[in-house]
Design a protein around this ligand. Structure first.
Ligand code: NOJ
Length: 498
């Protein structure tokens, strides 16, 4: 691989050259000592991220929520959940990030709300509620809840329709039942959500990450999804549970909405803002979200990297595919973990030498790298957490899954119990590994047993640590215009070690 410095830093927008670090706020740093990470904790750790050489942070949702999916089911998009702090803390966070010369990406869950959102509570009240049409309600195929409106499956399997006996209709939820999908065919909904987006851009968000954006629009005629032989969906094929997801995911109207949203984001310049979409499908479809000239979403997560073979040819194939699909003015992303996925070091056989290689690759290839908190420490998976006692609602849904299937699924990048990749960040060797102040109750999830040896303080003092390697690579990337803003030309492999 050669990364050529054919373009100067100035010729590419900042968001194409940046490095992003994902913070799962619940697990990052607890400032007020309640065992749950919070915004004040993030503020207190910005010096660390600056020292590390990170340029942008993406913070998973901290808005008001019953926390049934830890922030991904919002009940008020304009308020901060009390366990994470206040609106004042949020303002302080945005200002502090900027004062550190960094940028901040907020997480927008546009597809659905919590079932405790006032809109849904009102919508549910009666068929004639003025907000009924804010969500997707349909009559069943048979009366009295005997059969849902059609065969559509949720992203997690099983029907995505949920019956409400009081109004004798079904509502649609692409993910979990307590996350009803908003109805974007209602112009009032679209307007309200676009205004919410504007609000956070006005507050100073430099970018927005879009949760399951590929589910926004479904078929307007509610046609059944056709049959497919595929039992399990994957990163690059949303078909699964024995149906093709053609009427529920990656709908052409969602692609059009991507362009509409981009126009809203482009209302805000100085500095320019960007959108990064969580979308699933073949690389060719993901590319369509960006538009042929880059007029749609600025970036999309390319999750194929999560299941790519950790071999030289595996990486070469990946780069080749991304480079072919995302040539300038499009730009690829490189993701090796997040709050839903197996920890990256797990797939490297917990081999720290290979983790260095992965860091070197991710931080030098053309594309925006997304580093998940703790990956710079080589924080492993927290294995052996029982499904039946998991806090993660996805794990609760699959609590009867036979245990022997879990490692196979994990190898395919699928994590059934997401508690396993959300361990509290270990900062030092003292009480609660420095995640929470001494005297605080136990952290919301148990610390990883290796926290005592992998913590930040220890690795900061060791020039040979994985953390030191990440820092060197990040500094190198910043210092070299070829690495942050260059183009990339792949050489023919010398021999094929496949
Ligand atoms: C994708 C998010 O990454 C995940 O954590 C969440 O549970 C679902 N979307 C539903 O919002």
């Amino acid at each position: 691989m050669i990364n050529l410095g054919l373009m100067s830093r100035a010729s590419l927008p900042w968001w194409k050259q940046t490095t992003v670090y994902q913070i799962y706020p619940r697990s990052f740093a607890d400032d007020n000592g309640d065992g749950i990470g919070d915004l004040a904790g993030v503020i207190a750790r910005l010096d660390y991220l600056k020292w590390l050489g990170i340029e942008t942070i993406w913070i998973s949702p901290f808005f008001k929520s019953p926390q049934a999916d830890f922030g991904y089911a919002i009940s008020d998009h304009f308020e901060v959940a009390p366990e994470y702090g206040s609106l004042e803390d949020c303002r302080r966070l945005i200002d502090a990030v900027h004062a550190h010369g960094m940028k901040i990406v907020l997480d927008m869950v546009l597809n659905h709300t919590s079932n405790q959102h006032p809109w849904f509570l009102e919508s549910k009240q009666s068929r004639h509620s003025p907000r009924r049409d804010f969500y997707i309600w349909r009559d069943g195929r048979k009366p009295h809840g005997a059969a849902p409106p059609n065969n559509w499956k949720s992203m997690l399997g099983g029907s995505g329709w949920h019956y409400d006996p009081a109004t004798e209709q079904w509502y649609w939820a692409s993910f979990l039942p307590f996350q009803p999908d908003l109805n974007y065919r209602n112009p009032q909904v679209k307007q309200a959500m676009l205004d919410m987006v504007r609000h956070w851009l006005r507050q100073g968000a430099d970018g927005l990450r879009l949760d399951i954006f590929n589910a926004i629009h479904k078929d307007a005629g509610f046609a059944d999804n056709p049959f497919s032989f595929r039992p399990i969906p994957s990163e690059h094929n949303p078909d699964g549970f024995f149906q093709r997801a053609v009427n529920t995911q990656n709908h052409p109207d969602t692609l059009a909405f991507a362009r509409e949203l981009r126009a809203v984001v482009d209302e805000f310049q100085h500095p320019p803002r960007f959108l990064v979409g969580e979308v699933f499908g073949p690389t060719s479809v993901l590319r369509e979200y960006c538009g042929p000239l880059g007029e749609g979403l600025n970036l999309v997560f390319l999750f194929k990297s999560l299941s790519a073979k950790f071999t030289a040819p595996g990486f070469r194939d990946l780069m080749q595919e991304f480079e072919t699909a995302f040539p300038e003015p499009l730009h690829p992303t490189y993701v090796f973990g997040n709050h839903d996925r197996p920890r990256s070091i797990e797939r490297l056989g917990n081999d720290r030498a290979r983790a260095r290689l992965l860091a070197a690759f991710q931080l030098t290839v053309r594309g925006v790298p997304f580093v998940y908190y703790g990956d710079e420490l080589g924080l492993p998976h927290h294995e052996g957490m029982a499904l039946h006692s998991a806090l993660d609602p996805v794990a609760a849904r699959y609590r009867f899954l036979p245990k022997f299937l879990l490692p196979t699924l994990r190898k395919r990048g699928i994590l059934v119990n997401r508690d396993e990749c959300r361990s509290p960040m270990p900062w030092h060797g003292g009480a609660h590994a420095g995640f929470a102040p001494p005297g605080a109750p136990s952290p919301w999830l148990p610390l990883h047993p290796q926290s005592a040896i992998l913590h930040v303080e220890g690795q900061r003092q060791d020039p040979d640590s994985l953390l030191a390697c990440y820092r060197r690579m990040l500094l190198l990337r910043r210092a070299s215009p070829a690495l942050s803003g260059g183009s990339l030309q792949l050489c023919e492999p010398l021999g094929d070690p496949r």
